[in-house]
Design a protein around this ligand. Structure first.
Ligand code: NAI
Ligand code: MG
Length: 531
């Protein structure tokens, strides 16, 4: 398949004339707008070389020979055609992973050797991080600076972290009653099926692949249909790092075909999923109806961000803005219900609106851009529908509310005030740049309201009062509570949801439990009476 290139030549200031000349040479992709083309872009050079499925150490076409298009969300234009896996490809990938687990070296390899392969991989990622960040932005639309400066370093960090765990996983000796020696072995589960979303294609890969490999499992991973490219690129780096064939298999494709085949496969020993709550329910059902494989789910959220009356308002505005708008609002843990104490509400609102109006939207490859396009037409339409619903339910539209520009999937940073708990925009996950500001009076009241949601992924608290912070951190029913900070994601910090936000925890020591079986081994002590 012909490689496409996002050329470093774009980093020059181009007139539209020279840009089209480059395009005619087939060496660059189209640009976001004529205006953007005259600005200084910061695009490094990257080719799309890996578009086929990775099965048993080989990049292969799908069994059906079918491909699907993948897009540049800046323009909606196709940037590559990717092999489309379905049930037959999943069968092949699972067979390869099974063989690599049952007969291959991976689970039997010394933990130290496994750790060294993960370290080598992380080092290779650091070496290629510019190209990877460019590919991530090209396929996802997130600001290049965010991908390059925050996400790629975190991606490498996650693998350094899990490399550290690989040779530190061990069981216990158990003081059982009677003349027995009892110990536990912490063994890998087997073949792990993993289904990831498109909002953080590489980081979601790391959250799942890191612990599974550290524990000695083999993997079949299905990427999101919107963002198949970076996982295939890093899979090649895994080969270079010495990962044996069949240990990591990647099947690009759609949810109801490839995803469903994986979740309901009889020879997959565990399934891990990140995405919508609706799809999470389907995955759980497929796991139950097939071989009862254990399931971990990281699902949607409607996370409250609570600004107390003693808060520094300028800081609170900035943090609440970040909590919601980061990554185009496409975060499962977005602080999407901004509760503000009535005494500081008016000042907060005025400043929050001013901040949103200042947000820089545009080509994510441009320096200083805070917000790129939404991932695709479906998400773009969904967000616009929620904005319409907010207006119709009589929330006050303070700013934004419409498409930004005329090309691609950009949406204006949008702020609603006067939002009530029963409005759809305060209940559903919008997954876009839409901030909903709600007023509260009493601490007990805001606790009750913050918790009255089917979700429980995260929460934010902004206060200088330690008693208020302690009260809120204990009362909020959420898997993470950030106090005077938000979106702090170290590799060691566990993440996951209460209620319909999920099952289980990822990252940190807790994530290892998802990929280990505990075996109790019981041996009589010497000279038992019956021997
Ligand atoms: P989705 O949950 O449908 O898709 C996520 C992953 O699941 C993708 O890889 C997809 O191919 C796969 N999938 C979809 N249907 C499947 C099925 N029947 N069986 C197996 N796998 C399946 O999410 P989608 O449609 O991309 O976005 C819808 C909404 O989900 C978003 O608007 C947002 O609210 C939420 N979402 C939440 C994410 C999170 O980080 N928790 C990430 C992405 C979306
Ligand atoms: Mg879906």
């Amino acid at each position: 398949m012909a490689a496409r290139r996002l050329s470093s030549l774009f980093s020059r200031s181009l007139t539209s004339g020279s840009a089209s000349k480059l395009l005619s040479q087939g060496r660059t992709v189209s640009r976001f707008s004529t205006a953007a083309a005259t600005e200084k872009l910061i695009t490094p050079s990257v080719d799309i070389e890996y578009t086929r499925l990775l099965i048993n150490g080989h990049f292969v076409d799908s069994a059906s020979g079918k491909t699907f298009p993948t897009y540049d969300p800046r323009t909606g234009e196709v940037i590559a055609h990717v092999a489309e896996g379905d049930a037959e490809d999943v069968n092949r990938a699972v067979a390869a992973a099974r063989k690599a687990f049952d007969e291959g070296p991976w689970p039997k390899m010394s933990a130290y050797e496994r750790s060294r392969i993960l370290l080598r991989f992380a080092d290779l990622v650091e070496k290629h991080s510019e190209e990877l960040a460019a590919l991530e932005t090209w396929n996802n639309g997130k600001p290049f600076e965010q991908a390059a400066k925050a996400e790629l370093p975190m991606f490498a960090r996650l693998f350094h972290y899990y490399a550290g765990w690989a040779d530190k996983i061990h069981g216990l000796t158990v003081p059982a009653d009677g003349p027995y020696h009892v110990h536990t072995l912490h063994e890998p589960i087997g073949v792990a099926g993993q289904i990831i979303p498109w909002n953080f294609p590489l980081l979601m890969f790391a959250w799942k692949v890191g612990p599974a490999l550290a524990c000695g499992n083999t993997i079949v991973l299905k990427t999101a249909e919107q963002t198949p490219l970076t996982a295939l690129y890093v899979a090649r780096l895994f080969q270079e790092a010495g990962l044996p064939p069949g240990v990591l298999n990647i099947v690009s494709g759609y949810g109801p075909t490839a995803g469903a085949a994986l979740a309901s496969h009889m020879d997959v020993d565990k399934i891990a999923f990140t995405g919508s709550t609706d799809t999470g329910k389907i995955i759980l059902e497929m796991a139950a109806k097939s071989n009862l494989k254990p399931v971990t789910l990281e699902l949607g959220g409607k996370s409250p961000f609570i600004i107390c009356e003693d808060a520094d308002i300028d800081q609170a505005v900035e943090l609440a803005h970040f909590a919601l708008f980061f990554n185009q609002g496409q975060c499962c843990c977005a602080g999407s219900r901004t509760y503000v104490h009535e005494r500081v509400y008016d000042e907060f609102l005025e400043k929050a609106k001013a901040r949103a109006l200042k947000r820089t939207v545009g080509d994510p490859f441009k320096k200083g851009i805070e917000q790129g396009p939404q991932i695709d037409s479906e998400q773009f339409q969904k967000v616009l529908r929620y904005i319409k619903s907010g207006i119709e339910s009589n929330a006050t539209l303070e700013c934004g509310g419409e498409r930004f520009g005329s090309k691609g999937y950009f949406i204006q940073p949008t702020v609603f005030s006067n939002v009530q708990d029963d409005m759809l925009i305060a209940q559903d996950e919008i997954f876009g740049p839409v901030q909903s500001i709600l007023k509260f009076k009493e601490l007990d009241e805001v606790i009750r309201r913050a918790n009255s949601t089917r979700y429980g992924l995260a929460a934010g608290v902004f206060t200088k009062n330690i008693n208020t912070a302690n009260t809120l951190t204990r009362a909020l029913r959420a898997g993470t509570v950030w106090v005077n900070c938000f979106d702090v994601f170290d590799a060691a910090i566990p993440f996951g949801g209460y209620k319909m936000s999920g099952i289980g925890r990822e990252k940190g020591i807790y994530s290892l439990h998802n990929y280990l079986q505990v075996k109790a081994v019981v041996t009589p002590l010497k000279n038992p009476a019956w021997l």
